[in-house]
Design a protein around this ligand. Structure first.
Ligand code: ATP
Length: 442
């Protein structure tokens, strides 16, 4: 993880927020390459979940919602974690932190940070929602929350979307957006942060059909993660036990990814069968019906919901961890660091290099880069030895490197080097767009 964090900073993927002021606790900024990587990932999700389907509609609901939303959803009363603090070192922990020895509050309980005994407070409930004020007067009547999940924006818009699109159940609503949680113990880089992005889809189905759709979405979502290039051996399902299951949930599975090291397998996505809990709660609290009218059968019902909820940042971390490797290169003294990102999410698709800065090579390489740039993100580089330039692209996950050499200016062909196999092929310069386009599709 340390190596990855350092690579991410050095190459402009991810920086600590407000670093020059000493940083903000567990908030991160995406740099030039990071923003491309995360955008590509979100686009892949949006394409698979919205654009490629006729039964899912997109939505972009606001972050600030009516405060009653969070009473209806159960977040005001129940979105809490048990918090304990150490009177000696002032550090805070979740009461269920496995590193705590003994029961917090008891004299023999030991602080996992300073090691003192008897200094841990008893657990108290801490609400994870960020509060702010709407309007100029800071009184309690104007308290609003930064949403801790995007799902509620979908539920409250269920009928707006259904009626405006004339979708019939079963159908889904998807959105990508920021969520905020005042986590007690954030950390592990972008794994658990206080501001993050979720990609959520709520699928509305007829009661009784819910388990069928739950199984369907479970399989679809795992397939999506595999398609992203996450190694089969690093992916698994975790079924929520009775203790873990929310009181309203009928079934829940997490897709877990093996982050290695001390983290190991951790949730990257949740697939939940939420029954009619959310729509029913919003009907009760708002006094407005959120029922579906089934025209052919002339009846009304409150649909059940199957939810798929995945973190864009946590998945970004998963593809970085999955792709990072250091390897020896045959015939070379120096090894290389590679980010084996799936080509579809790689921030730069091709590096374009003149072998040397003379004999018309830079001009031809510039022409190629300019032509490709309107179709693909490319990077022109003529500084340093060619091996160095290859390494720089390997390290940021660029799948192809195009080199203009002595043969290029006379014969019109260039070499295209594959990041993973290191094989070089000669390709007609005029065919480059089609050649790379084809490779990116597979
Ligand atoms: P965890 O148990 O790790 O706190 P959760 O079960 O509370 O997660 P959900 O509410 O199901 O998570 O949110 C869905 C997804 O949103 C998670 O699978 C994860 O990818 C992402 N996510 C949730 N909390 C955070 C966070 N603090 N930082 C980054 N991503 C998060």
């Amino acid at each position: 993880m340390e190596k990855l964090v350092s690579l991410c900073k050095r190459r402009g993927f991810i920086f600590q927020s407000s670093e020059i002021y000493g940083g903000t606790g567990s908030v991160w900024d995406y740099g030039p390459l990071g923003v491309e990587l995360k955008k590509n990932l979100k686009e892949r999700w949006w394409n698979a979940m919205v654009r490629a389907r006729t039964d899912i509609e997109g939505l972009d609901a606001a972050i600030l919602m009516h405060p009653r939303v969070w009473e209806a959803s159960g977040h005001v009363s129940g979105f809490v974690d048990p918090l304990v603090d150490c009177r000696n070192c002032k550090k805070r922990f979740r009461a269920d932190d496995p590193k705590i020895k003994g029961t917090p509050g008891a004299p023999d309980a030991q602080c996992p940070a300073c090691g003192m005994k008897g200094t841990l407070s008893e657990a108290r409930q801490f609400n994870l929602m960020f509060k702010t004020f709407m309007g100029p007067v800071e009184d309690s009547a104007a308290v609003v929350y930064l949403r801790p999940e995007t799902a509620q924006g979908i539920y409250v818009n269920f009928l707006n979307v259904q009626q405006s699109t004339r979708q019939k159940v079963p159908f889904g609503i998807a959105q990508i957006g920021k969520a905020f949680r005042n986590e007690i113990t954030p950390g592990n880089f972008i794994f658990r942060t206080r501001e993050f992005e979720q990609m959520e889809m709520q699928f509305f189905v007829e009661p009784g059909e819910d388990m069928k759709w739950f199984e369907y979405w479970k399989a679809q979502r795992m397939e999506w993660h595999r398609g992203l290039g996450l190694a089969e051996s690093r992916l698994q399902f975790h079924e929520h036990t009775r203790d873990e299951l929310a009181h309203y949930a009928r079934a829940a599975f997490d897709v877990q990814f093996d982050f290695g090291g001390t983290l190991g397998f951790q949730e990257i996505e949740g697939v939940h069968n939420r029954g009619d809990f959310d729509l029913t709660q919003h009907q009760t609290f708002s006094g407005k019906k959120l029922e579906y009218f089934d025209q052919p059968n002339n009846r009304r019902f409150t649909p059940f919901v199957v939810e798929t909820s995945v973190g864009a940042d946590r998945t970004t971390l998963a593809v970085l961890v999955n792709g990072y490797r250091e390897e020896a290169v045959e015939g070379e003294s120096e090894g290389r660091t590679v980010l084996g990102l799936h080509p579809s999410i790689a921030p730069i698709k091709a590096g374009v290099f003149p072998l040397v800065k003379k004999d018309g090579m830079p001009e031809m390489a510039h022409r190629i880069a300019d032509e490709l740039r309107s179709h693909l993100p490319v990077f022109y580089d003529d500084s340093g030895a060619i091996g160095r330039r290859y390494r720089r692209q390997d390290e940021v996950g660029t799948p192809f490197c195009i080199t203009v050499d002595g043969e290029s200016t006379s014969g019109g062909t260039v070499t295209v080097r594959d990041r993973d196999s290191l094989k070089q092929e000669r390709v007609d310069a005029g065919q480059l767009r089609a050649y790379i386009g084809e490779k990116l599709r597979t």
